[in-house]
Ligand binder design. Structure first.
Ligand code: ADP
Ligand code: MG
Ligand code: MG
Length: 252
């Protein structure tokens, strides 16, 4: 079992404090969801975990199996087992999708133990079939000319190929039609198991109809104000965030 711990995390952007003491513990085998209104710091949390340079951690810790993640460079974090699907995946010119995934897989394997080409192709075919992806997507240049829905689907393909330990999926549902949403959810559900944990960040409850979370956290104004099970997401769908605000006596 692996564990990702966020302890009393404070994060600022350009001297403005966005996260004001976030605590979160996740283990492999669990799917956690973070829900919360727009602008509460959900993306800031994922950016801090992945080491985005614009976000300054002013206090607190992030530990992966006790190792200090904040001391690691971005590529080290990926090699240590973290995967981040960003809200707006970038295009990387001159490298095909398949080349990228092969390099990412090999980066996580011990020196001199590269994935054999045939094994890579078999695995790629298998995962692309789960995601209903046409074969040519593998040979396209990374994200170049991909539609929003294709990028999302491709991120999940990368996750399934790289087999990261923890995936932070920030609004993977935004801009997806219902069929694409089902496919992306199928991919995440296929990853479920004792060697995988995921933090799913979403604005809407809709995604959680397809990926049932074990734990749901509600973030407001830079902190986690409430944690519960899948029923908490259902409650938010009925009551909106107002119900939680009223219960906890929070303003705005
Ligand atoms: P969420 O993902 O919950 O919608 P974000 O983490 O994206 O929230 O944003 C939290 C707050 O940080 C918002 O008030 C937003 O305006 C601010 N913010 C985000 N990115 C930047 C930035 N690059 N510069 C200044 N403020 C930012
Ligand atoms: Mg936002
Ligand atoms: Mg966001």
């Amino acid at each position: 079992m692996a564990r990702l711990e966020v302890k009393n995390l404070h994060v600022s952007i350009e001297d403005k404090e966005i996260l004001k003491g976030v605590d979160l513990i996740m283990n492999t085998g669990e799917i956690h969801a973070i829900m919360g209104p727009n602008g509460t710091g959900k993306s800031t949390l994922s950016a801090a975990i992945m080491g985005h340079p614009s976000y300054t951690v002013t206090k607190g810790e992030i530990l992966l199996d006790g190792q200090d993640v904040l001391e690691m460079e971005v590529d080290e974090r990926a090699r240590a087992g973290l995967f981040l699907a960003v809200q707006y995946p970038s295009e990387i010119a001159g490298i095909t999708n398949a080349e990228f995934m092969r390099a990412a897989i090999n980066a996580r394997r011990p020196e001199g133990n590269k994935i054999p080409v045939m094994e890579f192709i078999r695995k790629l075919d298998e995962k692309m079939a789960v995601l209903d992806m046409p074969e040519e997507m593998a040979e396209r240049y990374l994200n170049e000319g991909f539609s929003g829905g294709e990028k999302k689907r491709n991120e999940i393909l990368q996750l399934m190929m790289i087999e990261s330990t923890f995936a932070i999926l920030d609004e993977i549902d935004s801009g997806l039609d219902i069929d694409a949403l089902k496919v992306v959810s199928k991919g995440v559900n296929a990853m479920r198991g004792e060697n995988f944990g995921s933090l799913i960040i979403t604005h809407y409850q809709r995604l959680l109809n397809y990926i049932t979370p074990d734990v749901v956290h509600v973030m407001m104004n830079g902190i986690i104000v409430k944690t519960g099970g899948a029923e908490l997401a259902k409650r938010l769908e009925v009551e909106g965030y107002k119900g939680i605000r009223d219960e906890l006596g929070l303003e705005v």
